[in-house]
Write a protein that binds this ligand. Structure first.
Ligand SMILES: Cc1cc2nc3c(=O)[nH]c(=O)nc-3n(C[C@H](O)[C@H](O)[C@H](O)COP(=O)(O)OP(=O)(O)OC[C@H]3O[C@@H](n4cnc5c(N)ncnc54)[C@H](O)[C@@H]3O)c2cc1C
Length: 321
């Protein structure tokens, strides 16, 4: 059987027709793209911006890349993918996806692309504190993931901005690193039992909203100004204000959600055949290594399917089989 980059899709004539369209060139999307490149599958990858962790200083927990910056890791990943000629990168936001007969259409940058398979790897978007100057400290003095960056709080004065259910449980995750914790409750309150527990653990509680942060970038001491006029001092800020799963495109195609995340099977296929999802948008476990693994699983599954179809089609023409 002949193998070439374009042999899986029938409409070879159109330059905008692909075997696979990948939406999102973060860790999941690029991981899928890399394998498609090696499989000689004609794929297009769309990306509109930066990965979720772009603002942080270092990536932790990704074997072989401990402490690299997210921008260095993504730059290397893009370069790795760019070596493979069957993969096209398009720096555009995908605004819509539709199913049209055997194909999916993808609208991006005023053009319509076609693909037989789609991998949606658009991640999640974090809700960040609305405090003035927050962006100055985002990823450089202010973080949200204790498993990734909790060590930054070791022995320091920690301010936690938190909303949602069980606000104290997030604060308790830092007790192994620091005992100097002040929690700012954003649109939430502690119940009686939690108040008692906070008192016993020495966690200070402030029922007020942080509206402004002052301090020098890269330096520890920060001033947090609250709505009621009070001022607090902290070295490090952590926040947990929730995130939005970027599931809009998957929902447009009719994919089911499971507790807000895109529902996938063991090989990343959604509830809509030939639509795959990978990365932060299909789970509440958010790690670079898991996102990359999800993207790889999707690519492997699509390749195995398409190769089998291509072999079956070719064998039909041979009567002896
Ligand atoms: C501050 C911070 C620190 C972190 N630190 C770590 C760490 O140390 N270790 C770790 O393992 N994990 C860490 N994480 C988690 C990690 O960033 C995520 O698990 C990972 O980025 C998920 O990869 P992804 O491919 O699913 O999504 P992303 O990496 O967010 O990539 C999604 C991509 O899709 C693009 N996109 C979205 N919508 C569209 C559209 N409509 N059209 C085109 N493109 C689109 C986005 O621009 C983005 O490039 C951290 C997260 C944060 C916020």
């Amino acid at each position: 059987m002949k193998r070439r980059a374009t042999n899986l899709i029938e409409e070879k004539s159109s330059k905008d027709a692909f075997d696979v369209a990948i939406v999102g060139a973060g860790y999941a999307g690029l991981s899928a793209a890399l394998l498609f490149g090696r499989y000689l599958v004609k794929a297009v990858v769309f990306d509109s911006g930066v990965t979720r962790n772009f603002a942080t200083k270092h990536v932790h927990g990704y074997l072989g890349f401990e402490n690299v910056t997210p921008s260095a890791l993504i730059k290397k990943a893009r370069q790795d993918v760019a070596r493979y000629k069957s993969v096209t990168m398009v720096k555009e936001n995908v605004s819509a996806t539709r199913k049209k007969g055997k194909y999916f259409t993808v609208r991006a940058g005023g053009r319509i692309f076609q693909a037989r398979y789609i991998v949606i790897a658009t991640g999640v978007r974090d809700v960040k504190p609305a405090a003035k100057n927050f962006e100055k400290f985002d990823g450089n003095g202010a973080w949200h993931c204790p498993y990734c960056d909790g060590l930054e709080t070791a022995g320091k004065r920690l301010a936690i901005i938190v909303s949602g259910k069980e606000p104290l449980s997030y604060a308790k995750e830092f007790l192994g690193w620091t005992r100097n914790i002040t929690v700012f409750l954003h649109k939430c309150r502690l119940d009686k039992k939690e108040k008692k527990e906070a008192g016993a653990l020495g966690i200070k509680i402030v029922n007020d909203q942080v509206t402004r942060i002052e301090g020098k970038q890269g330096r520890l001491k920060k001033q947090l100004f609250c709505k009621n006029g009070r001022r607090y001092i902290a070295d490090v800020i952590f926040y947990r204000l929730g995130y939005r799963v970027q599931s809009r495109l998957a929902e447009q195609l009719g994919c089911q959600l499971d507790e807000g995340y895109v529902k996938v099977d063991g090989m990343q296929e959604t509830t809509v055949p030939n639509v795959y999802a990978a990365g932060d948008l299909d789970t509440d476990r958010h790690y670079v290594v898991l996102a990359a693994a999800g993207g790889a699983r999707a690519a492997i599954s699509i390749y195995e399917k398409t190769l089998k179809q291509a072999i079956d089609a070719e064998m039909k023409g041979h009567k002896s089989f």
